[in-house]
Design a protein around this ligand. Structure first.
Ligand code: BGC
Length: 815
């Protein structure tokens, strides 16, 4: 241990006190030993340091900071150096605001397009997500502070996120859901990891010994700190045993006491606590050092420009019929769509940033050089069809050469805590598009949203520029792409299915009651569409440019591949070349191809560059559930170089010697997995894959409600009062939506409806403790008076205990 001497000086109570927050954002300090508290702040695409009222839902304002494009956007750049640079800027802002731990990046896999937080995550591919995350982490930590990769792990739905039990087989877990974290830990060297809210195969992630000890610590060698997601602690002692150092936010010492008692009763050894304290002290002391240097502020303008640069590299050109883009110099342009007036540039929830500057398209039109003949909103962002607005927009469109139509998803649809209801963009926007089509066929759509949407209207538009959620400078960046000042070079980091029904997890998303079964196994995103031959609207890795590229001369060696790319068009531009590997043996099922490397190269017209992509430890590996380790199958591998996952430009072969592990599967019992057609795997086959019976996914309505049951379950509680409260919440939700207050309605769902009872204690900073919660649960379970009595008694006890503690502390201070 590094801090043995300090730890020796500490009382048991002091050690335990470090294991949870002092308040909403800070860790505990111990002044007599010179241990300062550290500040943790969101995260991931800007600093959200709240100076006054604190919350984890993005409700109260934070100190202004640069709002960079969100992760879903940045991933489209496929540029690790760029994201590392962005990390450096982020870290600099965090240092300027005295933040020790910046809560990002978020790298959960996009298992399903409807996950409400997809805008905050990178990709459906673990390799790409891991590389981007590692870059961001290196950049942030370059400044001496800590990044915090989250949410570890398999946190892929927002519905019931604090209690849902994710049922996933070990191989899929390793290959799909953990690989990005592995890269973030090993290559990014993140100092902090945030555990997720959900359970993994029956255990809360921060208590899961397999995840936290076997994999994170022993296999990956992580020696940093694990912090719970806010209010995510379930059983503090079990968490500590699994190596969870810090619980956030404060519980006013309640869970520290549980640790002290567990040590006194011999339930856990004091050494376990000491090790956790040692790692936490290391994080505090190493990150705190940076604040000893003179305070340097950041240059708002320079950072804004950096945000613009990141956006420019991340914007994707998805359609360009008849080269409608870049816009011709003298083209008369009609700007239509409310998003041009009021930029949609980030998502809602804990990641919300208070931007230093904010560009809106209309304000930047003049300097862009576009010859705009007018602007019409065309629709109400939160309203229904508005005929008047459509008519005005059509009148304007009829006079233009080209229509720039700014549409997308609103702020409330893409938010933390709630999943999207469908993959559509609002009906009133589509109606507007159809009406404009009747008067002008030269439509270029500029899309603003942070996740995949259906586009049944795609053949009505000639151009499609996807800006995703491009941060505070995004509007300007998009204009630069439209005018050709910037040649688009982004490519999709997620697949765009034609219809939501085509997605492999369609039948098993989200888990509604107890659990969610990942029946599709490793076939998520392109791994599924490609293997099962399901056509998509836009494939993973797809994106156009104003120029064209030719690929040639593939050479495959044991070490990797080299090939040439030539810019065959008239514009300078960047191409993202992708290395995919497929295994020709059919002994072990796997996707047809998987991404194993990529490179972004910038080329002048006519220029050729040789590109090298090296193989690494992940190129040929698969996780064998029989040997319980990574193995290589002895086989012939197909080496593919693609401009997207379906546009393979060069092919090669390589024989790779294997590790001679036994085949872990009985092929005839896993027909869906061997064919890749996993959209409707039977329970029997899934159970065969995971090697055990899965838990009943439905609530046991006969049982009394407990700590881990949610407020939503009050609908079948024994206590009439609880059932009444449930209906009240339902009504409030319905009513708020009805009157158009969707954002407040969402809040009810996230912070009340899906909240487990234990959350009442974990999130009230010690106002309601666990014994008081027991009283509440008695009321819920039909013992109203007994429960109320118990609740009040426990409250009195708690207040008495607190006041005697305050007296003791005051006495110590006076001495
Ligand atoms: C989110 C985390 C966030 C934390 C603190 C939680 O609700 O899941 O991503 O870092 O709040 O705001």
């Amino acid at each position: 241990m590094k801090y043995k001497d300090i730890i020796r000086e500490m009382t048991l109570e002091e050690k335990a006190s470090l294991m949870s927050g002092k308040d909403f954002w800070q860790s505990q300090n111990i002044d007599r030993l010179g241990i300062p508290s550290m500040f943790l702040a969101d995260g991931p695409h800007g600093v959200r340091k709240q100076a006054a009222a604190a919350d984890h839902l993005g409700l109260n304002e934070s100190i202004p900071a640069t709002c960079f494009p969100t992760a879903a956007t940045v991933a489209n750049s496929w540029n690790v150096e760029l994201v590392e640079k962005m990390g450096k800027y982020l870290g600099k802002e965090a240092v300027a605001q005295k933040v020790n731990v910046l809560l990002g990046p978020g790298i959960n896999m996009k298992r399903n397009p409807l996950c409400g937080r997809n805008f905050e995550y990178y990709s459906e591919d673990p390799y790409l997500a891991g590389k981007m995350a590692a870059g961001l982490i290196r950049g942030i930590q370059f400044n001496g502070i800590s990044a915090c990769v989250k949410h570890f792990a398999v946190n892929n739905q927002e519905e019931r996120r604090m209690v849902i039990d994710t049922i996933v087989d070990e191989r899929t877990l390793r290959e799909i859901y953990l690989t990005a974290f592995e890269i973030a830990v090993k290559e990014g060297k993140t100092k902090t990891v945030m555990s997720s809210y959900n359970m993994l195969n029956g255990t809360h992630t921060n208590e899961n010994m397999h995840l936290m000890r076997d994999i994170l610590r022993d296999e990956w060698g992580f020696d940093g700190v694990v912090v719970t997601d806010w209010g995510g602690n379930n059983d503090r002692v079990a968490g500590l045993l699994a190596g969870n150092e810090l619980e956030m936010p404060t519980t006013d010492g309640e869970t520290d006491k549980e640790i002290v008692e567990a040590i006194k009763s011999g339930k856990i050894q004091e050494e376990v606590l000491d090790e956790c304290v040692d790692r936490l002290l290391d994080l505090i002391f190493t990150t705190e050092k940076i604040f000893e240097k003179p305070h340097i502020d950041f240059d708002t303008k320079e950072h804004h420009q950096m945000a613009q640069k990141v956006a420019e590299e991340s914007i994707i050109l998805l359609k360009n019929e008849g080269n409608i883009l870049p816009l011709k110099k003298d083209a008369k342009v009609a700007v239509i769509g409310d998003f041009a007036e009021e930029a949609r540039y980030q998502g809602a929830g804990s990641s919300i940033v208070n931007p230093t500057i904010l560009n809106h398209t209309l304000d930047c039109l003049d300097e862009s050089g576009i010859k705009a003949i007018g602007y019409e909103p065309g629709f109400e962002r939160y309203g229904k069809k508005n005929k008047k607005k459509i008519d005005k927009a059509c009148e304007l469109a009829s006079r233009a050469d080209v229509v720039l139509l700014y549409i997308g998803l609103d702020e409330v649809t893409e938010a933390e805590g709630v999943d999207r209801e469908n993959m559509k963009i609002p009906k009133n926007q589509v109606e507007l598009l159809h009406a404009i089509y009747e008067v002008n066929r030269n439509i270029v759509v500029v899309l603003s949203c942070g996740s995949a949407v259906e586009m049944p209207w795609i053949d009505r538009v000639k151009g499609l520029v996807h800006g995703y959620l491009s941060g505070q400078a995004g509007a300007k960046a998009v204009l630069n792409v439209l005018t050709g000042k910037v040649n688009p070079s982004g490519k999709l980091a997620e697949s765009y299915p034609i219809r939501y029904e085509d997605t492999p997890s369609f039948h098993h998303f989200p888990g509604k009651e107890v659990s969610v079964e990942y029946r599709e196994g490793p076939y998520i995103g392109y791994r599924y569409y490609d293997t099962a031959n399901v056509p998509v609207l836009f494939p993973f890795g797809y994106g156009l440019s104003y120029t064209t590229f030719a690929y040639a001369d593939l050479k495959v060696s044991r070490k990797g591949v080299t090939f040439n790319i030539t810019n065959t068009g008239n514009h300078a531009g960047s191409e993202i070349a992708q290395l995919y590997v497929g295994c020709k043996s059919e002994a072990i099922f796997r996707p047809k191809k998987e991404l194993k490397g990529f490179k972004k190269v910038y080329l002048q017209p006519g220029e050729t560059k040789e590109v090298t992509i090296s193989f690494d430890d992940k190129t040929f590996r698969y996780f064998n559930v029989k040997t319980n380790q990574w193995e290589i199958e002895d086989a012939e591998y197909e080496i593919m170089i693609g401009a997207s996952s379906v546009d393979i430009r060069l092919n090669g072969n390589l024989h790779v010697e294997g590790t001679a592990a036994p085949v872990p599967y009985e092929k005839e019992k896993l027909p869906s997995y061997y064919s890749g057609k996993v959209s409707n795997v039977s329970l029997e086959e899934f159970e065969h894959l995971i090697g055990r019976k899965v838990p009943d996914p439905n609530w046991d309505r006969s049982k009394p409600l407990g700590y881990n049951d949610t407020i939503a379950q009050c609908q079948y509680a024994k206590g009439g009062f609880a059932r009444f409260a449930f209906h009240l919440i339902k009504f409030a939700h319905w009513f708020l939506r009805k009157i158009g207050k969707r954002s407040t309605a969402n809040l009810i769902i996230m912070s009340v409806y899906h909240m487990p009872f234990r959350g009442i204690s974990r999130m009230t900073g010690g106002m309601i403790n666990m014994p008081m919660l027991d009283g509440l649960l008695m009321i819920v379970n039909g013992h109203f008076f007994k429960g109320l009595n118990y609740f009040l008694k426990q409250r009195k006890l708690m207040l008495k205990e607190k006041s005697s503690l305050t007296r003791e502390t005051d006495a110590v201070k006076e001495m």
